[in-house]
Design a protein around this ligand. Structure first.
Ligand SMILES: *Cc1c(COP(=O)(O)O)cnc(C)c1O
Ligand code: SF4
Length: 345
């Protein structure tokens, strides 16, 4: 497999990056964690504050400034704002919306390991996220219990060695890229040393939330890995993709990474043919191919984002008339107990 050496990566990236990468950890630490500050910075009037406080009590506000800068001030309908601002509906109890909608607790053979599908496993690499998305199906997840220690990782490696039909490891979370590069590098090296593992996949929102996360330290362990590298980004709206995100994607691509995107279909965020078409086109600007469009997992506190299957299918049928086939995401649902995601269309 051909991967470019890292110095070239940096040279290319700096050509199109408007500002030099800044320390991502400082940006993470400086994220807004107070609903009042969020409302103030975005010029939202006090009417929003009560709901924001109530939602925050259930699942904390977290918005880094790099993401905040893409939100339009004074616009409560902004599609990015809706993903991060808690509202009073989050406190509603709605039938069918539960704390562990995917019943993942039942598919954990070891702490930190989810094995639901035959040939691929999901490794909970970090409990933390750079941003707290209000629709997240892990909003009630007991993260702290699930970040693998060194011993847990040894056990996971043993599990994989005994099951050579597993050929892909997915680093998930939380957000796996919230972990340190030292830890990720060691983990990736140990996983890629297993003969049966052909692919390392990373599901992350960090390159979108804080594009400077894709820095020389990260590329330093990622680029040289001897197996296929796939990064599945999580972008829901075209407005999330600014020039810094495009530059981060380019750095990943030059490190030999295949880039895909998954989105969640969210009421008030991307539930129109226009928004979905723009998202796919904008992803292509960043050379990222759409992979999945998930219908919402029925997690307690997120019912106000829900779109019915009928509506979702209608949107996607119409979307097909506007996009090249390869820019069409697959509309899927995750059903507990199924052996793969379930296509809806
Ligand atoms: C979604 C998911 C995967 C990956 O499924 P793909 O269809 O290959 O993207 C693997 N394991 C779990 C537990 C998942 O939820
Ligand atoms: S796991 Fe993903 S969707 Fe959930 S809060 Fe973290 S970044 Fe957002």
């Amino acid at each position: 497999m051909i991967t470019r050496s890292y110095p070239q990566v940096q040279a290319i990236a700096s050509d199109i990056s408007t500002t030099a990468p800044r320390d991502w950890k400082a940006q993470l630490a400086g994220a807004i964690r107070d609903p009042r500050e969020l409302c103030q910075q975005l010029g939202l009037d006090d009417a929003w504050l009560e709901g924001a406080e109530a939602g925050h009590a259930l699942f904390k506000v977290r918005v880094p400034h790099a993401y905040l800068s893409r939100i339009e001030r004074g616009n409560p309908a902004d599609p990015l704002l809706r993903q991060v601002l808690p509202i009073s509906s989050e406190t509603d109890s709605v039938a069918g919306f539960v704390s562990d909608p995917l019943e993942e607790a039942e598919h954990q053979p070891l702490p930190g390991l989810i094995h639901k599908y035959a040939n691929r496993v999901l490794l909970i690499t970090s409990g933390a996220c750079a941003i707290n998305c209000r629709y997240c199906f892990r909003r009630h997840y007991p993260y702290a219990d699930n970040t693998p220690s060194r011993q847990a990782l040894d056990n996971i490696l043993h599990y994989l060695r005994e099951r050579p039909h597993i050929n892909e490891v997915i680093l998930s979370g939380g957000d796996p890229l919230a972990s340190s590069d030292k830890r990720l590098g060691q983990m990736a090296e140990q996983l890629s040393a297993l003969e049966s593992i052909k692919r390392l996949r990373i599901h992350t929102r960090l390159p979108v939330v804080i594009p400077d996360r894709i820095d020389s330290q990260l590329l330093g362990w990622l680029a040289p890995l001897p197996i296929h590298k796939v990064v599945v980004l999580h972008i829901n709206h075209a407005q999330e993709i600014d020039d810094n995100v495009i530059a981060a994607c380019q750095r990943l691509r030059e490190a030999g990474v295949t880039l895909l995107n998954q989105s969640v279909l969210l009421r008030g965020v991307n539930d129109s043919v226009a928004a979905l078409a723009q998202l796919s086109e904008r992803l292509m600007d960043a050379r990222v191919l759409p992979y999945y469009l998930h219908v919402l997992d029925p997690v307690a506190g997120a019912a106000h984002f829900d779109i019915s299957d009928r509506e979702a299918i209608k949107l996607v049928e119409e979307l097909r008339q506007h996009l090249a086939g390869f820019l069409m995401p697959r509309l899927v649902r995750e059903i507990p107990g199924e052996v793969s995601k379930t296509p809806l269309y």
